[in-house]
Design a protein around this ligand. Sequence first.
Ligand code: ZN
Length: 462
Amino acid sequence: MKKNLRFAVIDIETTGGRADRDRITEIGIVITDGNTVFDSFESLVNPEMGIPPYITQLTGIDNEMVEDAPRFYEIAKKIVELTEDTIFVAHNVRFDYGFIQEEFRRLGYSFSKKKICTVVMSRKAFPGLKSYSLGNLIRYFNIPAERRHRALDDAQATSTLLSYILESQSTANEIYRLVRDLHQESLLPAELPADKINALPEVCGVYYCYDKYGEIAYIGKALNIRKRIWEHFKGIDNKGNKMQNTVADISFIETRSELAAYLTESFEIKKYQPYLNKASRIDTKNIGVYMRYKPEIGAYFSIEKKSDESDPDYLHSFRTIRLATKTLNNLIREFGLCPDVSMGNILSQACFDSMIDLCAGVCCGKEEKEAHQKRLHAAALRIGQKLEGSWFLVDEAPSYDEMTVFYIDNGIYKGYCVVSNEENLLPEAIIDQIKTVSYHTDYQIIIKKYFKKKSIRKIRLS
Ligand SMILES: [Zn+2]
């Protein structure tokens, strides 16, 4: 962790039980990590009002004792400094936190911290006790406390109790989650407070991260935008660090389809080429497999230096010729194709595979050319980026009463649009609403992957 996270265990004494009416008469603070005590602070406070006798009886603090004590505003700065980057811990935390918050409010400051209540945590960590009052827990654990109901002594006892709670596995996890949240906030860029991230919706969509100059630094997609943004600032990995140092603002667009988010992200990254996206997207696959034609044999596979992925004959790319050859050989075997004819060789004799019945024999006239071509096209669809035929893929968003329709025209993704379930549109009307995108292998790969998913409805157009 960047900073050592600490707890501020706090106890106060007051003139009564109501934060809006009563005031603080004493405050005790212990700064600890759960093991070591780093600092402590104690002060009587002049409440600027009388202390009722029954309170004096309980705490031993009377009007005379606080007469010359500092007023709250005089110790406010000290409290802020001591408790900076800590979690506020108290026994019945709502009481102590409420009073301190109210005192700061009177001074015109806001005081806001993560809180842990040792009553709640004790109930979880040590179930079955008859009482979870501080007095009872002190007796139960034999915690030393000389001056009960004095602020520092109670804070010290609570601090000891906290260390026992942290030793208990179940409650420790819960506390460490809180610690982690606080830690994450400390990793946020200065320009991007937690409130801003928490204001992001928990919806599916695409988000844009801007640097302080307003340039798009990163584009991402997420099923839950708010959750994903938090994740970006969690990590101490390279990207997390870059994001922490760069991002100053975030915007988003909601999509009601995961596939739409995926395609939109891909489209927007190509359009804006954000500098934090780029690094991971260098294309090292320079070898292309294409489907070429010769009048004598029809279609065949051709391994070439990759040129244009939008070439309608383009199938797939590989990093090396060896990998391309290996993949094609497996495919040829699987589909019972002729290894020679499938690779464009015009033979006048049977290939070796046909002699051991691995090739159906198009090379030596045992098989019809058309039957071989049919299987070869099926094999090409398997490794190629194109789908067969024209389709609508429909991603329903029933709770919004709408659906996202993706259009595939003769194997190639063209774009999508959102239509209301109410409208009963003809396919032509839907196609008319789509803003078309130009061909890109990335879209084809995404579409092909989603084509297999059960959650996507498929409508064959032709
Ligand atoms: Zn053959």
